[in-house]
Design a protein around this ligand. Sequence first.
Ligand code: C2E
Ligand code: MG
Ligand code: MG
Ligand code: MG
Length: 278
Amino acid sequence: NHARTVSTQSRIYDISMSQELLNEQHMLERLKLALQEETLELYYQPQFDVRTGALCGAEALCRWNDEELGAISPIQFIHLAEERGLIHLLGDWVVRTAVAQLQEWLRDYEPFEGALSVNISARQFDDPFMANYLIDKVSDLPRGMFAVELTESIMMRNPQQGMQQLRRLHEAGFRIAVDDFGTGYSSLSYLTQFPISLLKIDRSFIQHMRPGNHQHSIVMTILAMANVLGLDTVAEGVETVEQEKLLKDMGCYCMQGFLRGKPTPAKEFAERWLNVKQ
Ligand code: C2E
Ligand code: MG
Ligand code: MG
Ligand code: MG
């Protein structure tokens, strides 16, 4: 074993490094297996219009509860999938599952306002056929019911190709959301050039917002800008009545957060928030 033979000085360091690599390798194997056996799950988190209380959309969020490793945060396994070449496989499972779920809901429940959104990694758009792939997947769904959430990094990572693909998606009726807005680094010119439908205001601003503080001003500025550009907004991570009220007073009406509803399995989502067809 290599780690045992190194000199005492670097020994602890090397052993912990190799342990980390082993853990990562093991997690990767488990993730491959989970993808093969389709044991990942999609949860759905509702978004509500506070003026009417009506559902105004939902976000699909991936969950992995491994038999051996336990529940792993999507931040961790999505990152791993991106780094180790599994994101296309994982992303394909997410899209197929979300589309099938939406089809089932449209068959059995009254239609709801807004769209079902799925997170797509900037890396998935390295594939020049990503837009075609997505358009093909939703071809049996009514137009405008599907949204993709992208982080600002797509605009920086591959502006030309990214823009072309987003234009195609937009023309095909996709809604395009910028996720975690305000934390990345997107120029105003990109925001006007890309065919974006909505901004999701990052949870960190909502979380730290108090009347009159810095975060409150930032949120107000984002809302003013969205208004000028004709973009819809969703507030992420709304946990308290106070946060909801501050947002409403500033003209932000669509809320996603634990206050109104946590991400839940599809069955529970439908039972709680959808109306059965008459
Ligand atoms: P995100 O897209 O920004 O998703 C919102 C995250 O905020 C979710 O975390 C959600 O559970 C959490 N959240 C919602 N409301 C609240 C709240 O009131 N308080 C708090 N503390 N958290 C709230 P989650 O599910 O752990 O996902 C983390 C991130 O992992 C997502 O952030 C997204 O970037 C990524 N992710 C999740 N599923 C997928 C997927 O299917 N594909 C890709 N590419 N990324 C995914
Ligand atoms: Mg998201
Ligand atoms: Mg987000
Ligand atoms: Mg986030």
